[in-house]
Design a protein around this ligand. Sequence first.
Ligand code: DX5
Ligand code: ZN
Length: 227
Amino acid sequence: MAAGPRPILIAPSILSADFARLGEEVRAIDAQGCDWVHVDVMDGHFVPNITIGPAVVAAIRPHTAKVLDVHLMIAPCDAYLEPFAEAGADFITVHAEAGPHLDRSLQLIRALGKKAGVSITPATPANAIWHVLDRVDLVLVMTVNPGFGGQTFIPAMVDKLFSVRAMIGDRPIHLEVDGGITVETAAIVAKAGADVLVAGSAVFKGKRGNDYGGNIADIRASATAAI
Ligand code: DX5
Ligand code: ZN
């Protein structure tokens, strides 16, 4: 990643898309300006919700050439890293809280030829990832408690973003935020150092209704104006 202001990347979360038309929805956000496609995988154990598995990732892969950013909210996770890699994920992000062997999981993801990400829930301190910064290409700071779309942004996460951005320093690591990102909160997180903004309800059910392109552009403009 080049030095200087990082370009803001928008990753719509397809958790808020119409699951009955997922391929079409992925093609729509692709055509209307998203940078990445965020895929929320939930197991009903690590989080109190169940969403999708590797088969759905494989099904949407042919519908976009853009980055598939797979967010694993599952525990344990190691047995599923290869199936998601084979399904076509580009980034595979595991939670620091998902098990005792985070360092090993991150090495596994890179050994599968994929980009590795680590995520921390709101209660987990920034320094929980200090010792794995050289194993990751992305740090995902949850700005809501994981498990559902449409929740409200937790303001206490802004300080954590500043801390993580400082910890990353000039390493080539993306700082991603996820949960409650809107046109308003996009400016706040961008100022705190985030460069990848996940947005579900604000893209698929945003201020411009189902004008996905307009919703994406508004979020990007707000974040870009803040840095
Ligand atoms: C929540 C997921 C998020 C969620 C974001 O656990 O990880 O990606 O879908 O949805 P919004 O943007 O509606 O908060
Ligand atoms: Zn997510």
